[in-house]
Design a protein around this ligand. Sequence first.
Ligand code: F6P
Length: 242
Amino acid sequence: MKIIKVKDYQEMSRAACEMILEKVKNIKQPVLGLATGSTPEGLYRCMVQAYKGGKYSFQHVITFNLDEYLNLDQHHPNSYHFYMRKKLFDHVDIPKKNIHIPNGVAEDIVKECRRYDERIKSVGNIDIQVLGLGINGHIGFNEPGTSFTSTTHVVHLDEITRKANSKYFHNIQDVPYKAITMGIGNIMESKEILLLVSGKKKALALVKLINGEVCEQFPASILKRHKNVTIIADYDALTELI
Ligand SMILES: O=P(O)(O)OC[C@H]1O[C@](O)(CO)[C@@H](O)[C@@H]1O
């Protein structure tokens, strides 16, 4: 794992954007794996700026999001469909047909999971997968204990995750109990992985990832077995390591 140390959230976002734009520039049909949450918001702002600057087009880009809450309407302001439209898709020229987000309101959710896996495979897997780090080590919504070989599936959200994400809802009772997420197996099949870590609240998780053993109780630990992982971490996230 390569670790890039940066000053703060802004530098992290800019460095991540450069890596993404490099793919957008050099790959004929780049497949980007995208995350939600607070971590990648700055990255998306930088991507929008790059597009508005006129030097980049995203018309040839294909995207796959990691996850979505179960039974939350796609127009609900807390859904990841809504988040992605507001933060990125409404502001750049990625064709709608190239955008993929798990459908958390699908009638047959098992079929939806298989459809998602097949769609990722059909484009030759993800070129670069952006990840945030849950304070409990989750990647996507793969909570502690998830099998390292899992494909897209439904998860029961950990109370730690519901509490962490409750800041976006009116209160914790409104946070869904379940979500649909790409599995750890899907993530590991990505050709390259970009893990973004910012802020003191992630410092302990980052130490555990770097110094701990590879085990399913800490999902992000599997990234040590991937051959092309870059971590961009800011000083606050690195406080326990320096
Ligand atoms: O970036 P945050 O808000 O700290 O969340 C960490 C991770 O947890 C999730 O919210 C759950 O998928 C991710 O979207 C994110 O990468």
